[in-house]
Design a protein around this ligand. Structure first.
Ligand SMILES: CC(C)(COP(=O)(O)OP(=O)(O)OC[C@H]1O[C@@H](n2cnc3c(N)ncnc32)[C@H](O)[C@@H]1OP(=O)(O)O)[C@@H](O)C(=O)NCCC(=O)NCCS
Length: 333
């Protein structure tokens, strides 16, 4: 039998740098309430959101991704030409094909790096992190750029009471590279397709296009059911992730759950009995829910503000449409 060369990777992987891009325009609750017969008070009480960022016409999925990636590369001390793979997690790149990742890889100046998109909604960034970490350890890449990016305003109806005040735009990126020590712990991930319909695009494109006056499909959500699933099932996944990494809540410095709703964040923290010293990401108040971008944006803010620092142990957990989820413990760059 012919013997083939093995693929040889690094002993371990870690995050080398994180970058973010927040759109310029800040949209307070007061701008949205009239169309959905709501109030600033109701929105803050039910979701914890005070304001969010909406992308302008120039702030495309590609533009925001490139900006976040450049910052991540700079902070990682890595040149774009050293990137061996670009993974973009998004549900709001509006071309069915090709993937936006190849255009981003080109604009950044990678050396024709392999590049592809993944669709795991709000869980996308943590899926990308798992893939990137495995690639580095398996030897298919030395440095992987993982991007979470959304322009959810393109697929959100500002007249939908259940979603208009929740979804927003932005991008975050992480450079993953080789490490001697474990910098990205084992992933715990999965899906619950029985609840496939809880968060979804309202209509199939083919049904939209035969309508007399076609309008853009938008996201719809069964909020209360998602809320229950996220608050209870995801706290258990978070605990399983700590177990798999071989640590307990006492070893954690930072907790970065998907920024879906402040009440979900609080419910998870209570259920996990997080000690008082654990810093909890609360980017949702100023940023809304940016789906695949939410984890890197929230982590980026904590690093920038000094509530999370290099060497800290952080639990990341992302969950959303699908229903899909992924979580891992990481050491911060
Ligand atoms: C969307 C969400 C904030 C709604 O909160 P809720 O407490 O479940 O609200 P409900 O839909 O049960 O409605 C409660 C009441 O508020 C009203 N209401 C609904 N939307 C409203 C709005 N935007 N403004 C004011 N009132 C509203 C309803 O009519 C209802 O009134 P009633 O009691 O008189 O019938 C909440 O379900 C949620 O955050 N879910 C999870 C969302 C999430 O995490 N999504 C992302 C996952 S990736």
């Amino acid at each position: 039998m012919t013997t083939l060369n093995p693929s040889v990777g690094a002993a371990q992987s870690r995050i080398l740098g994180i970058g973010t891009y927040r759109p310029e325009r800040i949209v307070p609750n007061s701008e949205l309430v009239e169309a959905i017969d709501s109030s600033d008070e109701w929105i803050q009480q039910r979701s914890g959101i005070k304001e969010r960022r909406f992308a302008g016409p120039e702030e495309t999925v590609q533009m925001m991704s490139v900006a976040a990636s450049r910052q991540a590369l700079e902070r990682a001390g890595i040149d774009a030409a050293q990137i061996d793979c670009v993974v973009v997690a998004t549900v709001s790149h509006m071309l069915q094909t090709p993937a936006i990742a190849t255009a981003i890889a080109h604009e950044l100046g990678t050396d024709k790096a392999p590049a592809f998109d993944i669709s795991a909604a709000c869980a996308g960034f943590c899926h990308g992190l798992a893939l990137g970490s495995d690639m580095v350890r398996a030897g298919s890449a030395k440095h992987v750029l993982v991007i979470g990016v959304e322009r959810l305003t393109d697929i959100t109806s500002l007249n939908d009471r259940g979603t208009a005040f929740i979804f927003a735009d932005g991008a975050g990126a992480a450079v993953i590279g080789p490490s001697e020590e474990v910098g990205i712990g084992p992933v715990v991930w999965g899906s619950d397709g029985e609840q496939y319909d809880l968060i979804r695009q309202d209509e199939d494109w083919r049904d939209v296009l035969v309508q007399e006056k076609p309008t853009m499909p938008h996201l719809i959500m069964q909020g209360a059911a998602v809320f229950r699933w996220a608050s209870f099932a995801m706290a258990k996944i978070a605990e399983a992730t700590l177990d798999k990494a071989g640590i307990t809540v006492d070893d954690l410095d930072v907790f970065v759950p998907h920024q879906a709703n402040m009440r979900i964040i609080d419910a998870m923290a209570r259920s996990m009995k997080l000690p008082a010293h654990v810093q909890i990401a609360r980017d949702i108040a100023e940023q809304g829910n940016t789906s695949a971008a939410s984890i890197p944006l929230a982590l980026g803010r904590m690093i920038d503000e000094g509530t999370a620092k290099s060497g800290d142990t952080a639990l990341l957990i992302a969950f959303g449409a699908g229903l899909a989820y992924a979580a891992q413990v990481v050491v911060l760059p």
